[in-house]
Design a protein around this ligand. Structure first.
Ligand SMILES: [Zn+2]
Length: 120
């Protein structure tokens, strides 16, 4: 399984392509929410991004099929985790620490902004 730097529920900024996020007139960058990740494919589903029309087959006879709008997967490399402190999409680094729990050492990975060091 490929290592993913993005998790479901993350706030991200799109880096490339037609959905690239740019700052608006107030200097605020647009962000999006990750609704699903697929480590096997290295892809993510981002809310409101890459909307595709899915054809839905009728479930019963006499019922008509239809077209629904749904998010299409995009490559995880096209998104970056949003750092509120930097107000942009940033690269992350992992900080590994160990905490003791029930007499066992547990490995804890914290994601940090590679730029300012904020916990993300
Ligand atoms: Zn930062």
């Amino acid at each position: 399984m490929a290592k993913m730097h993005i998790k479901t529920g993350d706030t991200v900024v799109l880096l490339t392509g037609k959905y690239e996020d740019k700052k608006d007139e107030n200097g605020k960058i647009k962000t999006h929410k990750v609704i699903a990740v697929s480590p096997e494919e290295g892809k993510v589903l981002v809310e409101g991004v890459n909307i595709i029309h899915k054809h839905v087959k009728p479930r019963r006879q006499g019922e008509s099929g239809g077209i629904v709008d749904a998010e299409g997967a995009i490559y995880a490399s096209k998104v970056a985790l949003y750092c509120p402190k930097c107000d942009k999409g940033v690269r992350t680094k992992a900080e590994v620490s160990y905490v003791e729990k029930d007499g066992k050492k547990k490995r804890v990975v914290t994601r940090l902004c590679a730029k300012c060091g904020a916990k993300l």
